[in-house]
Ligand binder design. Sequence first.
Ligand SMILES: *Cc1c(COP(=O)(O)O)cnc(C)c1O
Length: 425
Amino acid sequence: MDQRIDTQCVQAGYQPGNGEPRTLPIVQSTTFKYTSSDQMGRLFDLEEEGYFYTRLQNPTNDQVAAKICALEGGSAAMLTSSGQSANFLSLFNICGSGDHIVCSSALYGGTYNLIAVTMKRMGIDCSFVHPDCSTAQLEAAFQPNTKALFAESLANPAMVVLDFERFAKVAHDFGVPLIVDNTFPTPVNCRPFEWGADIVTHSTTKYMDGHGTVVGGAIVDSGNFDWERYKNRFPGLTTPDDSYHGVIYTQRFGKKAYITKATVQLMRDLGMVASPANSFYLNSHLESLALRMQRHCTNAQAVAEFLSRHPKVTWVKYPGLPTDRYFALAQRYMPQGSCGVVSFGLLGGRERISAFTDSMQLASIVTHVADTKTCVLYPAGTTHRQMNDAELLSAGVEPDLIRLSVGIENPQDIISDLKQALDRL
Ligand SMILES: *Cc1c(COP(=O)(O)O)cnc(C)c1O
């Protein structure tokens, strides 16, 4: 029976058998015992399924990945040690030195650095396009060696809503997958696979964990992209892998080919593995994800409306405001709400930001977002500090942008806190 997403948050993933623990057990073991060396050999050859070393797979991690897979409606999923590693592996699984990707410029600062600096050093080139660019501009960014189109569903902190269908169509016209970082809306509010995305990534550190406790990431594959059709473009999936005696992932694993390759090859070699204890926390917190997202959204809507009426606030970005540039796209792709993050600017600009953030009492200043506890951050001075003003603007980050992550406290208390801090300016 198909379950609705709020039920899946509680029930999907771990399914205990008779007499087994009701709550997901933490399999706190690096390794797994066998009675036959031959069987162990078959595991190493991918001829049999089974656990043998936690760097590759661990039952606790896999059960949580299965829950996230169900939430996104995917065919296979894996956890990673962080959102950064999820995004890196999602791309590196299908591209390497000499390849190229097209990427939305409205990105989390860490992802921008990863792609513009570190992956570039690895020989993977990127063309950045503004998410509001014309279709012709988007198409012009593609090259013969382009392997993926990457974007955030709801950009952190620019609050740009991705035009999914347009991006998916262009990606597919060029025979590459659309990879979407769905961290901010979460599958509770937005399901990228329903709009043509092929692969979804998450920083589970944000709303999925949502309590500021564990850093983690996830990759989910829809199973929809036809790698075999573009055999020459994706040889890593469609030609023999010598490190596994010539296995061809698409042939052996079908709709699980992409995740299997990322697990048995990239996780084996790069080791960005989630800790099973962290995955246990993540699973517990996922149980309340749908409830929390609802409250984050109603609170953020009230805060955005309050800020947009305040004379000391010059601009507000929140896709739930009917006047917002992305209101129509948000109504289409995330009709139940976007998330709890509101971006805004103050009269007087940059100089007044510290005075404002430092006089907030309920909201804490932290390098974090998407948490039950309301928090505030000045991206141009922190997470996006490495960017110059031009880069900031192309990432959708005004140099005076304040990112407020609205928590699940009583909305009147959050607004009172903002009000007293604004009154002091
Ligand atoms: C935080 C964030 C990341 C990076 O995730 P970590 O878990 O901090 O490594 C990637 N993408 C988005 C949209 C984020 O907000």
